[in-house]
Design a protein around this ligand. Sequence first.
Ligand code: PRX
Length: 652
Amino acid sequence: MSQSSGGQIDTVMQEDRIFSPSEKFVSQAQIASLEASQQMWDDAHRDPIAFWDQFAKEELHWFEPYRQVLEWQEPFAKWFLGGKTNVAYNCIDAHLGTEREDKTAILWEGEPGDQRTLTYRELHEEVCRFANVLKHLGIVPGDVVSIYMPMVPELAIAMLACARVGAVHSVIFAGFSSEAIADRNQDAGAKLQLTADGGWRRGKNLPLKDTVDAALEKSSTVEKCVVLRRTGIQVSMQEGRDFWWHELMENASPDCPAEPMDSEAPLFILYTSGSTGKPKGIKHTTAGYNLYVKKTFEWVFDHRDDDVFWCTADCGWITGHSYIVYGPFSAGATCVMYEGAPNHPHEDRFWEIVEKHRVTIFYTAPTAIRAFIKWGDHHVEKHDLTSLRLLGTVGEGINPEAWIWYHKMIGAERCPIVDTWWQTETGGIMMSPLPGAISTKPGSCTKPLPGVMPVIVDEQGDLVASNNGGMLCIDHPWPGMLRGIWGDDERYREQYWSKVPGKYLTGDNARCDNDGYYWIMGRIDDVINVSGHRLSTIEVESALVSHPHVAEAAAIGRPDEIKGQAIAVFVTIKDVEASDELRGELKQHVRKEIGALAQPDDIRFTNALPKTRSGKIMRRLLRDIAEGKEKVGDTTTLEDYSVLANLREDEE
Ligand code: PRX
């Protein structure tokens, strides 16, 4: 049961199931035993510099060799100092002249059903031509290019073309508003805007160019705009500012050598939601990031040359940057890229794509998995998913019951699941099973990858004992780490390096069990404090999701005169109607699963939860609603505003 002490997080969850990879999987895996993974981990721990040095030499192309592996002046790291490389070169040119030259790089599926494939050679040509377009438009190394495009191959081409000429891209998810684009453009000092006329989403034609037009009125640094024709929707083109992609490409030469870039030259900025309204531009640089995403892709996804890899994220998020574009292409992988929604035209669209392209590795988010469960097994059963050999999740904790469903329904109990914990800031995966070596426990991201040194501390910065929850920090720089917040070193220091001296503060709580397995317990700010016991949101939510009629749940603390905080939960249900009887049953269920302390005080049924555009539950907004606040906090990252209105109507 729960243990408590100052500043620590209590754990009430008991999850004892453990799953080992099949003999068949292990016999073909690159890292195929616990001993092999331990050896890598020990090597990296003993001498991280030598560990990364060896990989950097072997895995990246160097126009000029580096002279020093790491310079660490906390909190600023520089990796591979003095070296010159190019990320687009490592992603594409490195495969030319090898057997991968004619291998498919992108298998693209448009929402309306159109399809395109690009081999590495074809991708090279497209990227070179668009790189020449960028140069023609006056882009030089260090310029910032803002990208607001749908999930079409040209989005990846644009990112790689920026990398090729040394421009810094800032990809903005094509669901954000014109204000959000303008804020980000201003903060980054973007010079050029790339967009499309429109994009498809659930059968609707999103007017992307119109949104960009409004954004550009408030983006004082943007001089020009390139527009891809995707949906054919009518757009207005401003003379002298706006250019059609296809017209510029017509005259562009396919010959464009990659620009040798300094190891620490910025590669991209990616904005994430901060606690204040000001956008927070996470900065990643060239060589360290490239190496980190390449190696973590190969290790975690056990990549083989005959794999068809599908990461369902959008390139507008870090997952898309690292595991649709830079990691997989550096490793010479074949990637599926899908433009649209998982339920268009029907709820089986993903499984149709898996079947059609014989996908072998499938990487998605828990929010999607919970939606599949709600939609029903019959959508899955219609399709042949026998090509799959490995499954992954990212973005939130996965509730153990959702994990089990994924394992059984999608993986047919054959595919290991890699629950990958990481952040925009970390650049690549930090904790995850190595699928041929590490047995999995549902709900745990298992162990740190080689070279990653997590520590869990209490409010005083002291290490907590095993199985106790505390703040998750990282102890040593790693090549993929953020290099700062764009234009705001002070905020970088303050946010990530001030609370726990000498360590990177992740902002998540976690516990490490007696087997050395890590369990992420949610964001530090989301902890619920009931009578002095600090409970994690995910444990209460997972207990609810293990009830057969619960599809999704969000737990929050609301003020309570006696207990400090009371537990309020918002629940979406399946197969039954909401009732007081069910409310009572759910309270009892949580009590039985994890104990009286965690029994919810209020249960509110809702048909949807407020989520960010990348699918994370926005508990902060739910707290505001539970407290009856008239005006809720920052909603700029909210995906669907109608959810808020419904929640208010449903108030008890
Ligand atoms: O709270 C953790 C959660 O997502 C946060 C990072 O979000 P973002 O920067 O948008 O990047 C998402 C894609 C890497 C983390 O601080 N998170 C991410 N993966 C997991 C997770 N929580 C639990 N388990 C995970 N596997």
